[in-house]
Design a binder for this molecule. Structure first.
Ligand code: SF4
Length: 465
């Protein structure tokens, strides 16, 4: 078993036994579901909107080369510096270089899962830069040295009391219990950091190819400050985040807010297209966009899995996933958790090390139903399983199934096996699930079905003489 798989198993077992954790997640997500359903009704037809969104992403992803070139051309026409990074190392080196070339010391960041994917904070800190997260949830998990728990809600696993303890321990703040008081403490710290930062790093929710602009959505206003107060703005974007034109945002912005957070629209929706232009009073002096591949083109080349690149990172599939709700976001051991993480992580980071995530699903299909861009996540999980088994067939499972197939082809042997099984089953019952049980891995959390006292063939013979 790989180290990533044993981490998952250990952590998932621990979280599944933590009733408080499960209750916290359930409480957080119950409110979300009510609000999401309310806001879905604002669409003339949520199903038609999903279909249109899926078709737009299909068009862009299937002509990604063309749209990326158009996007780059339009950005450059307005003086934005565009950088291409084929992997995480190149992206980090590029951002470090921009910071060094401009004598940057302090960096402020708004929420960006892509930056988590490439471990940007660690790379910048290693080079001696002071890096500070400005999204409240990210700020909290950064103080606790934890990775984000969820794509959209990085600290949803924490109670306000735990957050207060963290603020007391790390910031020397007084103990408070009201969310407003906690926000004020964070705000006081952040204001100073915003004013002193030399460079701001943001993510990108959508890149608009037609205009060469990037769209950033948020609820706290911190992304606006991150991108406008420091003298340099660096936007890090996965190459799949494109839409065709401005009109597409009229669909995607409310859809992202509704599916992701149960909101009609996020509070702040900003478009960036250039650094400060002559005559403008504020804004950064330089704007850079770093376009990241990091395995995406390999997924693009796979016609069966290409549509996993349609993902707009709304987090809806995590919210409805019974596995995510029980094992928790940190068990996945990777920045993208839940169903979409289980689909893309093995493809982006290596099938052998991450294939276990494809099995972290009951295949109930709730994620597929929830996805606003209609990615058939359950189907992708099955495809991953098939790929993993093809690449390295599991030896013992293979042996077991070929033995079973052999048995099924030999009626006399099958009947003998059933008789022996009937005799031995009561003995197995005495040790079932204990350390003496050779099938413990299976039986400690499952009941073994009883072998019928009489076989179907015997029953048939007796009743149809
Ligand atoms: S796969 Fe769909 S539901 Fe999941 S995060 Fe991506 S867009 Fe949202």
């Amino acid at each position: 078993m790989s180290t990533t798989a044993s981490h998952f198993k250990r952590s998932a077992t621990q979280y599944c036994h933590d009733a408080d954790h499960r209750q916290r997640i359930r409480t957080a997500l119950t409110g979300y579901e009510v609000k999401r359903d309310e806001n879905k009704s604002r669409f003339q037809s949520w199903e038609d909107a999903r279909q249109t969104a899926a078709e737009i992403k299909h068009e862009v992803i299937n002509h990604l080369d063309r749209y990326l070139e158009l996007f780059e051309r339009n950005l450059k026409a307005r003086g934005v510096q565009v950088h291409w990074a084929s992997d995480a190392r190149e992206a980090c080196e590029c951002i470090v270089r921009i910071a060094r070339d401009n004598s940057v010391r302090r960096i402020i960041k708004s929420k960006s899962m892509t930056s988590e994917e490439i471990h940007l904070n660690a790379a910048l800190e290693k080079e001696g830069f002071d890096v500070f997260e400005s999204d409240l949830g990210e700020f909290i998990v950064q103080l606790r040295n934890e990775p984000p728990y969820h794509l959209v809600f990085p600290s949803m696993h924490l109670t306000r009391h735990q957050i207060s303890e963290t603020f007391t321990e790390k910031l020397g703040a007084e103990r408070v219990s009201e969310p407003e008081q906690l926000t004020l403490i964070a705000r006081r710290v952040m204001r100073q950091k915003f004013c002193k930062a030399d460079m701001g790093v943001s993510g990108v929710n959508f890149g608009v190819a037609e205009t060469g602009m990037i769209s950033v959505t948020e609820n706290e206003g911190n992304a606006r400050l991150t991108t406008s107060l420091p003298r340099i703005h660096v936007a890090l974007m996965g190459i799949e985040k494109l839409v065709r034109r401005m009109d597409d945002l009229a669909l995607f912005l409310p859809m992202l807010a509704t599916a992701g957070a149960g909101q009609a629209l996020t509070c702040y929706n900003t478009l960036f297209g250039a650094a400060r232009l002559p005559g403008e009073p504020d804004g950064p002096g330089q704007m850079h966009v770093v376009l990241l591949d990091n395995g995406r083109t390999a997924v693009l080349a796979d016609a069966e899995q290409r549509d996993s690149l349609h993902c707009i990172r709304c987090g809806a599939c995590l919210n409805v996933c019974p596995i995510f709700r029980n094992v928790g976001g940190h068990s996945y051991g990777t920045v993208y958790g839940g169903p979409i993480g289980s689909v893309i992580t093995p493809n982006l980071r290596g099938m052998q090390d991450w294939k276990h995530l494809s099995f972290a699903s009951s295949l109930c299909g709730a994620c597929t139903e929830a996805c606003p861009v209609k990615i058939d996540l359950a189907h992708h999980l099955l495809q991953n399983r098939r790929k993993a088994v093809k690449a390295r067939p599991p030896f013992f499972e293979g042996l077991l199934w070929s033995g079973f197939a052999h048995l099924m082809r030999q009626p006399a042997l099958y009947r003998l096996g059933a008789k022996v099984g009937r005799l031995l089953q009561p003995l197995h019952g005495l040790v079932q699930g204990s350390v003496l049980d050779p099938a413990r891995g299976w039986t400690q959390s499952r009941e073994t079905p009883r072998i019928a006292r009489r076989s179907f063939t015997d029953w048939w013979k007796e009743t149809h003489r």
